[in-house]
Design a protein around this ligand. Structure first.
Ligand SMILES: [Zn+2]
Length: 191
C-alpha cells in the first residue's frame, strides 16, 4: 500500500510507502499538514487488518440480528415457536412481554454489525455496552427467578464481559486497530 499526491509547488507526483512524510521529494516544499495527516492516517490504517474476533463479531451480530428481526416480523402472526424462560408462549404473547427488550437487542446487534463493517471507532464502546447490558439483564433474571441456571448465566456473562473489556481496550492489536480508525476519522473531519 502506498499513497500518492501531487506537490502543490512543483506538481511532481509523489508516492509514499511509509509514514511519516513531510516534504516533497522533488522540490523539498513542505506538504500541507492537513493533507499529510489524512494520508498518513490512511497509510497507517491500510497496514492494519481487522482483528479476528472483531471480524467474527461482525459475522455473529449480522446473523443473530437478522434472525431476531425475522422472528419479530413473524411473531405477530404466531408463526414459529416462542418461549420465555422455558415456558412456551404464543408469538403475540412473546411480543407483549419481551418485544421491547428483544427489539432493542436486535437493533443493538445490527448497529454493532454496521459499525464494525463500516470501520467506525464507535463500534467498540457499543460492543462493550452490549456486554454490560447482558450482565445487567442476566442479573435481573437471576434476582427475579432465584434459579441456578440464571445464576450460572449471570456469572458467565460477567466473565465474558471481563474478557471482552480486556480484548477491546487492552489487547495491543485491537487497541492499535481502533487507534488507527480514530486517527483516520479525525484526519477526515479535520479535527
Ligand atoms: Zn514539489
Amino acid at each position: 500500500m502506498s499513497v500518492t499526491l501531487v506537490c502543490s509547488s512543483c506538481n511532481a507526483i509523489q508516492t509514499f510507502h511509509v509514514a511519516p512524510f513531510s516534504v516533497c521529494g522533488t522540490c523539498g516544499a513542505p506538504i500541507d499538514p492537513a493533507i499529510r495527516a489524512r494520508l498518513e492516517a490512511e497509510l497507517r490504517y491500510s497496514s492494519l487488518r481487522r482483528p479476528m474476533l472483531i471480524q467474527i463479531g461482525a459475522a455473529g451480530t449480522s446473523l443473530i440480528g437478522g434472525i431476531m428481526i425475522f422472528f419479530l416480523i413473524l411473531a405477530p402472526f404466531d408463526i414459529g415457536t416462542y418461549s420465555i424462560s422455558g415456558e412456551s408462549v404464543t408469538g403475540p404473547e412473546f411480543l407483549s412481554r419481551m418485544g421491547v427488550l428483544f427489539f432493542a437487542n436486535a437493533i443493538l446487534m445490527v448497529v454493532i454489525a454496521f459499525g464494525i463493517l463500516s470501520e467506525k471507532s464507535w463500534a467498540r464502546p457499543v460492543m462493550l455496552l452490549f456486554w454490560c447490558g447482558s450482565v445487567i439483564a442476566n442479573l435481573i433474571l437471576f434476582l427475579r427467578d432465584h434459579d441456578g441456571n440464571a445464576g450460572g448465566t449471570f456469572v458467565l456473562s460477567l466473565i465474558a464481559t471481563g474478557v471482552s473489556t480486556w480484548y477491546l481496550y487492552g489487547k495491543d492489536s485491537v487497541v492499535q486497530y481502533y487507534d488507527a480508525l480514530k486517527q483516520r476519522e479525525a484526519a477526515r473531519t479535520g479535527t
